[in-house]
Design a protein around this ligand. Structure first.
Ligand code: AMP
Length: 213
């Protein structure tokens, strides 16, 4: 099963993607996580990506597309995957579509986690991330057991640079201009499903499970 998660930054699609990956036993493929791992390891790709990420801008397609196609060509992706954060614009969606159709494959579902802009900025300022293992939390909705410390690896939690309010505004602008058109793109393909992302994490997941079966 090949699934794409759509939705504004902070809509909760990453959390849902991880839950889908666990229940349906498919890899969770997040381009944002791949970039962050590269930044942490000080790679050239990481240094380049950081320039854009810190401003809330999209990393150029030349860098992003190759990384994603390499990742989904790995053996663990043979039976499907859940893509979180890719595609982010129509050209990326077209490249993915072409690569899949060359293999006689297609995306099964594009799930749009729908949350109005008003909720987003408030939500994102409460997000906390572990830069060490990639776990994410929310100070109100998914708090760690011990404040400021990752449950999984014990490292300190931080507000990611790209979750800071000024960057969030930019990310929302980029989302509306570049990513939202994907809703029409996947509607035309008959695979778009929308869930109400303002509900609790569990309720959103229940709606997704109803769709995926
Ligand atoms: P995310 O963790 O998905 O919210 O991604 C964090 C940041 O990484 C984004 O704001 C972009 O700067 C960059 N990024 C992640 N995925 C992509 C993508 N598919 N295309 C371009 N930039 C991306």
């Amino acid at each position: 099963m090949k699934i794409i998660m759509l939705g504004a930054p902070g809509a909760g699609k990453g959390t849902q993607a991880k839950m889908i990956a666990e229940k349906y036993r498919v890899p969770h493929v997040s381009t944002g996580d791949i970039f962050r791992a590269n930044i942490k390891n000080g790679t050239e790709l990481g240094m380049e990506a950081k320039k854009y990420m810190d401003q809330g801008l999209l990393v150029p397609d030349e860098l992003t597309v190759k990384i994603l196609l390499d990742r989904v060509a790995q053996p663990d992706c043979a039976d499907g995957y859940v893509l979180d954060g890719f595609p982010r614009n129509i050209p990326q969606a077209e490249v993915l579509d072409k690569a899949l159709s060359e293999l006689g494959e297609k995306i099964d579902y594009a799930i749009d986690v729908d949350v109005p802009d008003e909720n987003i900025v408030r939500r994102m300022s409460g997000r906390r991330a572990c830069l060490s293992c990639g776990a994410t939390y929310h100070i109100e909705h998914i708090p760690p057991k011990k404040e400021g410390i990752c449950d999984k690896c014990g490292q300190p939690l931080v507000l990611r640079d790209d979750d800071k309010p000024e960057t969030v505004q930019n990310r929302l602008k980029v989302y509306h201009e570049q990513t939202q058109p994907l809703i029409d793109f996947y509607t035309a393909k008959g695979v778009l499903r929308t869930v109400d992302g303002t509900k609790s994490m569990e309720d959103v997941f229940a709606s997704i499970v109803e769709i995926l079966g």
